[in-house]
Design a protein around this ligand. Sequence first.
Ligand SMILES: NC(=O)c1ccc[n+]([C@@H]2O[C@H](COP(=O)([O-])OP(=O)(O)OC[C@H]3O[C@@H](n4cnc5c(N)ncnc54)[C@H](O)[C@@H]3O)[C@@H](O)[C@H]2O)c1
Ligand SMILES: [Zn+2]
Length: 352
Amino acid sequence: MAQRIRVSAPHGEDYDIVIERGILADAERLVNEFGLGGTVAIITSETILDLYARPLAQSLPNAKVFAMADGEQHKNLATFTMLQRQLAEHRCDRKTTVVALGGGVVGDTAGFVAATYMRGVRLVQVPTTLLSMVDSSVGGKVAVDIPEGKNLVGAFKQPAAVLIDPTVLATLPPVEYRCGMAEALKHGLLADVTLLEPRLHAPDQIEAFLERAIRVKVDVVEQDPFEQGLRQTLNLGHTFGHALEQVSQYAWKHGEAVAVGLVAAARLSSRLNLLDEQTATQIEDLLAETGLPTHFHQYEPEALWQAMHTDKKWQSGHSRFILLEGMNRAVVHEDIPKEEVIAVLASMRRDE
Ligand SMILES: NC(=O)c1ccc[n+]([C@@H]2O[C@H](COP(=O)([O-])OP(=O)(O)OC[C@H]3O[C@@H](n4cnc5c(N)ncnc54)[C@H](O)[C@@H]3O)[C@@H](O)[C@H]2O)c1
Ligand SMILES: [Zn+2]
């Protein structure tokens, strides 16, 4: 069943998230309901070009396609500049709508282009990965990376609409699907335990599953649109996750690192007597059943600790973790002793 979520955003920039099978093929509605009848610049990636971008462009009266290379390494200022210049060359004006069609890499890059081209043009997000559907397309954060760090140059840019066609998930590689599941399950741990129930993971339940997973993020960003406090809880599992990504030199995929991070957060919470051991084990089992990793080989706990220590979010060297004080009760804790963290990491290291 089709779903629609209204998001209230600052300055009256409210928008709808529409979850509906086949919505991308319904040109009439795209034109009449979502304003894609004028000049449209579809920004996409090479993988999505033939799969979805060209067919979409052909169905709209006045759409052009601009493709960036795939991969996080291309979410950068060079790609941003290239796209801005291509829009200018093709005489896109203030009335142009940018459609960001792809995963989070495309959404973040194209979103930042839309936020800045001619001081900002209309943006419609069309996420095509599970991760971008439940996470990156919602909340208005757009950015590119610079060598000094990820997402360091960006803006808040609310979309005019987010259009989610779950049928595109059919072509998504399984590993990318699992990565999206890690973030969706994180939302389940944060605020909606029904997301953790296997019955909602069945393919015919995808619209309901997406709706619930997205609603968790919507609730948080509505309360904290500019990330001043509450939005931090969305980083559950991410302190450990980022450390793992970093020490592996990004050989680990973000979603998989987050899965291990969720296990670490659960184990640390239980070790500090905030969460009962049984719930921590349940969380671990659930991630494993989803095909996500729950431990790591090779890396030294000390090296992971050092990687966390350089995290920008750890103000003046004080450790900061999002921990669980029960299901759906995430709380920020500071100054957790290093020994506790090391002990948890050591318990999660397996010999090959
Ligand atoms: N703005 C935010 O709030 C926010 C939140 C979370 C993550 N992010 C960002 O999102 C990015 C990660 O996004 P991602 O996980 O979607 O990765 P991604 O955009 O790199 O996509 C993963 C891969 O899947 C391919 N793909 C996408 N859709 C497909 C489909 N339907 N069929 C076949 N292949 C498909 C892509 O071409 C790519 O190779 C990171 O850059 C991260 O920083 C942003
Ligand atoms: Zn994440």
